[in-house]
Design a protein. Structure first.
Length: 139
């Protein structure tokens, strides 16, 4: 019984943790990685560098609720900051309470190292974080 409960606790921590993190690799970004059927992989070739942006709100509420697009998907839980990128004709929003600067810088460096043309120039507008105060269109 104890090992079953321990296993369930560890599994739930991994499951919840995978919705709270984006993994940046040399080949792209991975999200929701705890289960094979929930895993999302975004190779660098599918991500538009010009549409990578850090977003925040002045009042500390979740910016995802204020971002509007024809195709938009949330990648995680609510937070006071968000990373937005476009891939597969969809805007993906990863909300977090952590500072988005290290994540954006890691993505920019990985794209540059992967040889994505103009990644540095196109992704240069990702920082500083845009402060949204009302409904903001991504399209």
């Amino acid at each position: 019984m104890a090992s079953t409960l321990t296993g369930l606790v560890l599994w739930s921590m991994t499951l919840l943790g995978s919705f709270r993190k984006l993994l940046v690799f040399d080949g792209g970004i991975v999200a929701r990685y705890s289960q094979q059927y929930t895993t999302l992989e975004f190779p660098w070739a599918e991500i538009a560098p010009a549409y990578i942006k850090a977003v925040t709100t002045a009042d500390g509420t979740d910016p995802d609720r204020r971002l509007v697009a024809r195709q938009k998907t949330s990648l995680g839980v609510a937070g006071k900051n968000a990373l937005v990128f476009q891939a597969r004709d969809t805007f993906w929003v990863f909300s977090t309470n952590e500072d988005p600067v290290p994540l954006v810088e890691a993505i920019q460096a990985a794209m540059r190292d992967a040889g994505i043309p103009d990644a540095r120039r196109l992704a240069a507008g990702a920082l500083p974080a845009v402060v949204v105060t009302g409904r903001t269109a991504l399209d």
